[in-house]
Design a binder for this molecule. Structure first.
Ligand code: FEO
Length: 397
């Protein structure tokens, strides 16, 4: 049967699409689904790279058997142990009891912890090689992209690198496997959101990995989610470089909470003045409606951030508090930052955002605006002054 799963003459894609899961890691929306990628390299020895999420095992095994028939698999290289990739490891081991698992010391601590498997291990170190016939794999340890055991595997003969989560994105593979076979715009948007949600905290580690890989000749990047990168390979690496340095384009994200519309009115006023000052990329998020997944992606895209919150139970509005925690967790910097808030009898929101920004490494722009009850003329002037200051500062940058 003809199959569109070949990447090179000996490298097959055997991953699966998940079109059912609503939330990745139980928290990130998947409107276009996600793929769990796995690769099979058929040579004198057969090598499998990664497995897939356990609920997809039957479909996964069928694809492997369609290529191999009754031939056994000799090696399973495990670049990353998160269960969306290692979930089928124990079932693969049941199917292929003689398989040798290939990973680093940390990988095997996790395999024993998650699956209780100890047998047939090949423990590799940085720079080690494994030859399976015409293919020679070289291993690079790349911790914290996005777990401590993560590594990358370079196939010297085909100039293909298997990168785990790095360079991945949300979205299923609809028909094709390689970027040039796909309607790629969807995945391209989803790459920034995936990075912001999953890898965003580890910019320093991504930079270290990019330096390590800089000298390699590359034809294909095979990651664990999304397309195999070939035609857009250089663009993908450049995008990761930019995202991991937290570089952003000129634009402002205004994320605000509002129960009865007063804080929202101030957000509108600020947005309007920013526009009047010539800022063209302004994205507004009502945190009660926008999922933090999308807000984070925009915060990675743009260099200005304005947060607005009502006071709620003498604290921040809960969804704003959650968003600030998620920003803090990702060490995002630098950004131009301004803030505003409201209260009715005891002000807390503006002070709390001030506490957050002190430790954030952001550059605070303008004086925070705090209004009581509703927006009065004086509050409006202050809000507009804040927007003018933000536009002026961004222009100077
Ligand atoms: Fe797709 Fe970190 O697992």
């Amino acid at each position: 049967m003809k199959s569109n799963s070949l990447i090179t003459t000996t490298t097959h894609y055997v991953g699966v699409n998940d079109r059912k899961t609503e939330l990745f890691e139980g928290m990130w929306p998947l409107p276009y689904g996600i793929s769990y990628n796995s690769y099979l390299i058929v040579d004198e020895k057969v090598t499998l790279i990664e497995t897939v999420e356990i609920s997809c095992f039957e479909r996964y095994l069928k694809q492997i058997k369609r290529i191999l028939g009754d031939r056994p698999i000799d090696y399973l290289i495990i670049n990353h142990m998160e269960p969306d990739h290692s979930g089928s490891l124990a079932l693969i081991k049941q199917q292929y009891p003689e398989i040798t698992l290939v990973g680093n010391k940390r990988t095997f601590d996790m395999i024993e912890g998650f699956y209780g498997i100890k047998s047939k291990q090949l423990v590799i170190k940085e720079g080690d090689q494994l030859t399976t016939g015409t293919h020679t794999f070289q291993f690079y340890l790349t911790p914290m992209i996005h777990w401590p055991e993560t590594m990358m595997t370079y196939d010297i003969s085909t100039k293909t690198i298997f990168t785990g989560d790095a360079f991945g994105c949300y979205g299923t593979l609809d028909g094709g496997i390689i970027d040039e076979q796909l309607l790629i715009e969807k995945q391209w948007e989803e790459m920034t959101r995936y990075y912001a949600n999953i890898v965003g905290k580890y910019g320093k580690n991504v930079q270290q990995a990019l330096k390590k890989l800089a000298g390699l000749e590359l034809e294909y990047i095979c990651c664990t989610h999304g397309p195999v990168w070939h035609e857009l390979l250089n663009k993908v690496v450049a995008t990761y470089d930019k995202l991991s340095k937290y570089e952003a384009e000129e634009g402002v994200v205004i994320a605000y909470g509002s129960m009865y519309g007063n804080t929202e009115e101030m957000a509108e006023e600020i947005a309007n003045e920013l526009s009047a000052q010539g800022i063209r990329k302004i994205v507004m998020h009502n945190v009660s409606k926008s999922h933090p997944s999308y807000i984070l992606a925009d915060i990675f895209r743009y260099n200005g951030l304005i947060i607005g919150s009502p006071t709620y139970n003498n604290c921040l509005y809960p969804a704003i508090e959650e968003l600030l925690n998620k920003i803090k967790m990702r060490n995002i910097k630098p950004r131009y930052f301004a803030y505003f808030g409201s209260f009715s009898w005891a002000g807390a929101a503006v002070k709390r955002i001030g506490d957050f920004v002190e430790k954030s490494g952001f550059t605070v722009v303008g004086a925070p605006v705090e209004m009581k009850y509703a927006m009065h003329t004086e509050d409006m002037s202050k809000a507009r002054a804040l927007a003018i200051e933000m536009a002026k500062t961004m222009r100077k940058a």
